[in-house]
Design a binder for this molecule. Structure first.
Ligand code: ADP
Length: 452
């Protein structure tokens, strides 16, 4: 069963289905943006790492210089505190600048023994035990630990204060905010994002232009094809128009000649009539093609038993077949109903029958129509020239006529079967062909039975 998507969804996807290069364009735009994002992220990561490293080195150096001073001034807490305040003023990123020592009350805890902010003194230190222990064990270097409080990043750095006798008198503990550095990175990221969006817009514009150019190229190829077809059509149509016109003029000349037997007069008039009809059918075909192509061909469908119409068409064509030495038989079972536009249905059957008469030199032509539970099947069979598989594959193409004299000798435009197929499909039916070159052809038109 064919699943039909709602029209609104189909409208969204149709341009993509009709123009696969759009997919390519979108995929390219996504790939380029992804590459940009990846590179930008990489650089931002590197920049942030470098900045963190710098902050770390600076505070490390500060502590390296401060720790020996703190050891020297360990008994002059006021002087040391004023130094600490001074250093904190010089480095506004330092939010806490303390000297801490282990205490036994509570056990295994650390307390602030001296601070740039005297209000912090004697407070217990939380969450930094890890680096404090490390600094206590490895007294030659500083240790940093990153923490995050309400979305802001902090560096806590600890370094031991080693007295001349090698004893550790305390740990310098600083807490630095990274918000300024992070704000700088965020500002750069924001700028990069805006630039990226602008680049993306330019890229999209470029790609859509590119897709358009591809479209134009495809359109140009199509136009060229159409132009070629048009030239072929004009050449063929003028040839087809000329043949009956020449005949008409010839017979008119004969009639103008004056005295002639009545039989010759009648014959001339009949030939003129035939040629005029040929011209008429050619023009009707051309008009049908243009109507179908412009979507102007309308179907007036109604529920009908077409067996009577089939018999009637057979009767009309019977004489023509006999004139050509062919037999024409017709078996159309009545009582089955299908949805048809009667005039267009007649046109389809006439076209199939006229082709069979045209392309059959000896033997018979048969029209059968029968119904099963679901379908009404009409088959037009002949013992004519038949066709190869390749010819059969092109049969319903516009202007297609098989090669060879047996076809070229017959008047034709190659439009009849194209029109037939379009009409059959517009009536919701199908048309197929079975044929063997030199043996004959079966054209099968299948309609679904119409419900009451
Ligand atoms: P036309 O008959 O005007 O050439 P059609 O569209 O009716 O155009 O047919 C297209 C071509 O299909 C014909 O030129 C012929 O080559 C082939 N064809 C159609 N009907 C038959 C048939 N009954 N037997 C053999 N060939 C056929």
């Amino acid at each position: 069963m064919k699943v039909q998507l709602p029209k609104r969804i189909r409208d969204v996807f149709t341009p993509f289905i009709e123009r696969p290069q759009l997919w390519l364009t979108i995929a390219m735009a996504i790939a380029i943006v992804a590459a940009f994002l990846y590179t930008a992220n990489l650089y931002i990561g590197i920049a942030q790492q470098a900045q963190d490293e710098l902050v770390n080195v600076r505070i490390g150096s500060l502590q390296d210089a401060f720790a020996p001073l703190a050891a020297e001034l360990s008994d002059q807490s006021d002087v040391l505190r004023s130094y600490m305040r001074h250093l904190q003023e010089l480095n506004p990123t330092i939010v806490d600048f303390d000297i801490v020592s282990p205490t036994s009350t509570p056990p295994n805890a650390w307390v602030v023994t001296l601070s740039a902010d005297s209000a912090r003194e004697n407070r217990q230190v939380f969450r930094q035990d890890f680096i404090l222990h490390l600094a206590q064990t490895d007294t030659a270097r500083s240790f940093t630990f990153e923490s995050n409080q309400s979305g802001e990043r902090y560096f806590s750095t600890a370094r031991a204060i080693v007295l001349r006798d090698g004893a550790v008198s305390g740990i310098v503990l600083t807490r630095q905010t990274l918000s300024a550095a992070d704000a700088q990175i965020a500002a750069s990221t924001h700028k990069a994002s805006v630039t990226l969006i602008v680049i993306l817009l330019f890229l999209l514009l470029l790609f859509f232009r590119h897709a358009r150019i591809i479209d134009y190229a495809a359109l140009y190829r199509k136009l060229k094809e159409v132009d070629m077809l048009k030239d072929e059509f004009i050449a063929m149509a003028s040839h087809e128009l000329r043949a009956p016109l020449t005949a008409i003029r010839g017979y008119v000349d004969v009639l103008k000649g004056g005295d002639m037997p009545k039989a010759t007069q009648d014959l001339s008039l009949e030939r003129i009539d035939i040629s005029a009809r040929e011209l008429d059918s050619l023009i009707v075909d051309m008009l049908d093609v243009s109507r179908i192509e412009q979507g102007r061909l309308t179907m007036n469908l109604s529920r009908a038993d077409v067996s009577g119409t089939l018999v009637e068409i057979c009767d009309t064509w019977h004489m023509k077949a006999v004139e050509k030495g062919l037999t024409l038989t017709c078996e159309a079972a009545p009582g089955a109903f299908i949805m048809v536009d009667t005039d267009r249905f007649r046109q389809v059957i006439v076209n199939l029958l006229s082709n069979s008469v045209k392309y059959t030199q000896k033997g018979s032509i048969g029209l059968t129509a029968s119904a099963d539970e679901k379908y009404y099947t009409i088959s037009v069979n002949d013992t004519g020239i038949g066709m190869t598989n390749d010819e059969r594959d092109h049969l319903f193409n516009k202007f297609y006529r098989a090669e060879g004299r047996d076809v070229r000798d017959q008047a034709g435009t190659g439009l009849g079967l194209w029109i037939t197929k379009q009409i059959v499909e517009m009536m919701g039916a199908s048309i197929t062909v079975e044929s063997i070159k030199g043996v004959g052809s079966h054209f099968i038109v299948r309609f679904a039975l119409a419900k009451e």
